[in-house]
Design a protein around this ligand. Structure first.
Ligand code: GUN
Length: 282
């Protein structure tokens, strides 16, 4: 029997819990999102994040900058947010326009307000196995969803397909910390089907619609689909869900799987940074 990993349900529980906590606070957590340019998908994500933040009761602001904005101008905005004690969490929505140096921008965020774990300070701590201020949202959301269903990671053979700084790279590190045996695959991996079809857990974050077919999956495997691919026929995951589903023991749907968990973790991270900063001031 296949169990659908219901990210929406799990995320909603987390959101409701944060909402209950926030009502009791005199001063509300404050999240600022910087959105540069007109990437339509990014704009939708940012709006969704803001809606959720407002629902919880956070103060939430979007700084929209045109794609023609200079790097210096973005840096100025970040320095002001770093210095503003009212701001708890700063998120720079990626991707940035090509002429902007992403490293320079993300490194400018004060690590204690780095809600995505994008700075080398926080990511470095994560890589070393220490606790960064917060964990990156999508990897944290995937682990939380697996934990919610009591799925054991220790000793499991797990393939992470996609080596991005946002998902694949930090997720592979966190899985190793949970004592999983991790294979890190990517677009140049040879014989991917052969390797993937041996794995207990397959996590796909390659951004290619319906790339993962049943040939990539062994009987009874667990499948996590991180893909959110906007196609002419609508939103599609990396996994060919209808074909793969019956072969799996657990699988995430798209939508309603990893996506809502990412947003829930962003909201949780905002609260976590708020609490860290509050305790520093006291
Ligand atoms: N673009 C796609 N996913 C993310 C994310 O998790 N954080 C940020 N800042 N940008 C993204």
């Amino acid at each position: 029997m296949t169990i659908i990993l219901d990210g929406k349900l799990c995320a909603n529980k987390i959101i409701e819990n944060l909402r209950t906590q926030t009502v009791k606070l005199d001063k509300k957590p404050n999240l600022v999102v910087i959105q540069v340019g007109n990437n339509p998908a990014s704009k939708i994500y940012v709006k969704n994040k803001q809606k959720k933040a407002e629902y919880i009761g956070y103060n939430s602001y979007i700084i929209e900058l045109p794609s023609s904005v200079s790097e210096d101008n973005i840096l100025e905005q970040i320095y002001m947010l770093n210095d503003n004690p009212e701001v708890n969490a700063i998120l720079v929505q990626l991707p940035l326009p090509e002429n902007i140096n992403q490293q320079k921008i993300t490194e400018a965020i004060d690590p204690i307000k780095d809600v995505d774990c994008f700075t080398s300070y926080n990511f470095g701590w994560l890589a070393l196995g220490y606790n960064p201020y917060v964990l990156p949202c999508t990897p944290k959301g995937i682990l939380r969803l697996l934990d919610e269903y009591s799925i054991v990671l220790e000793g499991k053979n797990i393939i992470v397909i996609g080596r991005s700084n946002i998902v694949g790279k930090p997720l592979s590190l966190l899985l190793q910390q949970r004592n999983a045996t991790v294979t890190m695959a990517h677009s140049r991996t040879e014989n991917l089907k052969d390797i993937s079809s041996l794995m207990d857990i397959v996590i796909s974050a390659i951004g290619m619609p319906h790339f993962i077919t049943s040939q990539y999956i062994k009987d009874g495997a667990i499948v996590i689909d991180v893909g959110i691919n906007r196609t002419e026929e609508g939103l599609k995951g990396d996994v060919k869900f209808d074909e793969v589903k019956d072969k799996t023991s657990y699988i995430t749907p798209v939508p309603g799987g990893v996506g809502p968990m990412t947003i829930a973790m962003l909201m949780e991270n905002t609260m976590q940074l708020y609490n860290i900063q509050k305790n520093l001031i006291l």
